[in-house]
Design a protein around this ligand. Structure first.
Ligand code: ADP
Ligand code: MG
Length: 341
């Protein structure tokens, strides 16, 4: 009977954003992976998760701490991650009056067994009828609509906040899956370092991310959408407020280190491929998903460095959750793509 009443929930538990998809409904939650906690008497209490928690960044009282529980690795803070997942699942269940859903959760390809187990156990405790795990870039390949069942093979590079993930699928099986802990956050940090070095100016992470999204580019040449950007921060020598201007060339220079790291990582993954798969990928190109794929001219910069054509998928930030929904829908044919908890 359980299966008669069960419904399907797919969750992209990202380092920057968590998305929840419900079968027949589409994406019902798309919020930052952020948790606000209040420390008191040696313990801590969760005050808010998601968008509400993120809105407290820079505004929270001193007793409150704003955490990105998955930020610096896969799971940096197990308890906060569990709490966040619990809240998102609860919200989804109450929204739709579920009985016992089947839940599929995406984790980075390189998540450790301990990390996978923590995610799995949390979902099980929430009265799920069944819990499955899948590697993010594998889900992204399906979500991007790539021909993963063909012998030719398809390669996805998913660039999120904390990790960049690669998967290569051919004839419906996973040929390669790996994770690099350098992605969008590393780009923000590179901008902070550049501004400090070139302008002796201290800016915060939120500011650096805004600069990247509004004016970032991976290549300064040509007629991209990038324009100059005015930044404000604290002068490192005087301690006073100061402003400066960054050109697209400056930002491309600032971002060259993380872009190089991602290019090297891709190169290493290519080196591991069987020769025929490699030649197929060289011909078909590499598909970019995740929020990082939205960086202006990243595809061009990576194409130049790696020597294989990169293609940005449509709605790159939705590929993972859409792909996991597709896996759950056709579970019998896709079960070999799942990860062991
Ligand atoms: P995750 O899967 O790790 O949660 P996402 O796929 O949601 O990550 O992508 C989040 C990352 O994408 C963040 O680092 C964010 O700054 C970056 N990002 C979002 N939009 C853009 C953009 N237009 N240009 C560059 N980076 C972007
Ligand atoms: Mg992701």
């Amino acid at each position: 009977m359980a299966s008669v009443f069960s419904d399907d929930i797919s969750i992209d538990l990202g380092t920057a954003n968590t998305l929840v998809h419900v079968a027949g409904r589409g994406i019902v939650i798309d919020e930052p992976s952020v948790v606000a906690v209040r420390n008191f008497r040696g313990g801590r209490e969760i005050m808010a998760v998601g968008r509400k928690a993120k809105s407290l960044v820079g505004r929270a009282p001193e007793s409150m701490e704003i955490l990105r529980p998955l930020r610096d690795g896969v799971i940096a803070d197990f308890i906060a991650t569990e709490e966040m997942l619990r809240q998102f699942i609860k919200r989804t269940k109450s929204m739709l009056g579920f009985r016992r859903p089947r839940i599929l959760i995406c984790v980075p390809a390189g998540a450790t067994p301990v990390e996978r187990r923590a995610v799995y156990d949390t979902a099980v405790q929430l009265n799920a009828c069944k819990v499955y795990l899948i590697a993010e870039p594998v889900a992204a390949s399906l979500g991007a609509g790539l021909p993963i069942d063909e012998p030719g093979g398809a390669m996805v590079l998913d660039i999120g906040g904390g990790t960049a993930d690669i998967a290569v699928l051919a004839s419906g099986v996973i040929v390669e899956a790996r994770t690099l802990r350098c992605a969008g956050n590393a780009m923000d940090e590179a901008i902070i370092r550049y501004v400090r070095r070139k302008h002796q100016l201290l800016i915060g992470e939120a500011n650096a991310e805004r600069i990247k999204i509004e004016a970032g580019t991976a290549l300064a040449s040509g007629n991209g959408r990038a324009a100059e950007v005015h930044i404000r921060g604290r002068d490192l020598r005087t301690g006073w407020a100061k402003s400066a201007v960054l050109t697209p060339k400056d930002i491309a220079e600032a971002l060259s280190e993380p872009v190089d790291d991602i290019a090297d990582f891709t190169q290493r993954a290519l080196e591991e491929l069987p020769p025929d798969t490699l030649s197929d990928i060289m011909r078909r190109g590499i598909h970019l998903t995740g929020g990082g794929a939205l960086l202006d001219k990243l595809d061009v910069a990576l194409t130049r460095r790696v020597g294989v054509k990169f293609h940005v998928q449509r709605n790159p930030m939705h590929c993972v959750v859409k792909g996991s929904a597709a896996v759950l829908e056709g579970l019998s044919e896709h079960s070999h793509l799942l990860m062991r908890p």
